[in-house]
Design a protein around this ligand. Structure first.
Ligand SMILES: [Mg+2]
Length: 228
């Protein structure tokens, strides 16, 4: 079970939206910009959380059948920029900085695997001052299941010591696809009932729960070292 060996995980792959940052307001604004452009009604926050899913191609095919994805993405970027210009922000989630610092202090390797537009992610991660934590970032990924195998191979990750943290079923399914452990966080786009359907190894209310597990692991590691 992932809780018993979490402190032994050397490679930590993070989703971005809803896992490290609270960008739901901006993503909802951008999505509604897209829907308005095609004459559709706007979605409320709860409706969006109920219906949005990854890979987002499936969500948009349901909402706007037949519209090419690159066209939708162009409108999404405009809506995202408009939201930011209107003063909507996407702050780091509680405990995100503490969590990344904790892993950094333990020389863990950290990566990003996100569907967020790559340019938006790069800019945002820099603005928030967390970009330097990540050895490599894979953003703008349409289907994370395809990408995780390439990540594992190119960075030579030991899947027994790798965990993927995310806030959506697709993240859990991606972890399983790659043969790595999964942690589902309830800080993002999907709730506990939705996430439980993907059967994650561990569900946590927020990153502080995982931080506590790491801290308890450090005690265990110290004890083990002292006995040797
Ligand atoms: Mg997410």
């Amino acid at each position: 079970m992932v809780t018993a060996r979490i402190h032994q995980c050397e490679n930590w792959i993070f989703d971005w939206s809803g896992t490290l940052v609270d960008d739901l307001a901006m993503v909802l604004d951008a999505t509604n910009h897209v829907l308005r452009h095609y004459g559709k009604g706007e979605m409320g926050r709860d409706d969006f959380r109920m219906r949005f899913r990854l890979p987002y191609a499936g969500f948009y095919e349901e909402m706007l059948p037949g519209v090419p994805l690159p066209e939708l993405e162009d409108h999404f970027r405009v809506g995202f920029a408009d939201s930011e210009a209107a003063g909507v922000t996407s702050p780091l989630l509680p405990y995100a900085v503490e969590f990344l610092k904790c892993l950094h202090a333990r020389n863990k390797r950290m990566f990003i695997l996100s569907s967020m537009d790559a340019l938006a992610f790069d800019r945002h991660a820099r603005q928030l001052g967390v970009d330097h934590f990540f050895e490599a970032s894979y953003a703008g990924v349409l289907d994370k299941r395809d990408q995780i195998h390439r990540m594992i191979a190119s960075h030579q990750l030991d899947i027994e010591r790798t965990v993927f943290l995310g806030d959506m079923c697709h993240d859990v399914e991606t972890a399983r696809h790659g043969g790595v452990s999964s942690i589902a966080l309830l800080t993002g786009y999907q709730d506990a009932a939705q996430l439980s359907r993907s059967n994650p190894d561990l569900v946590a209310d927020d990153l502080s729960e995982i931080l506590r597990l790491l801290e308890s692991g450090r005690v265990h590691e110290t004890e083990t070292t002292a006995r040797q």
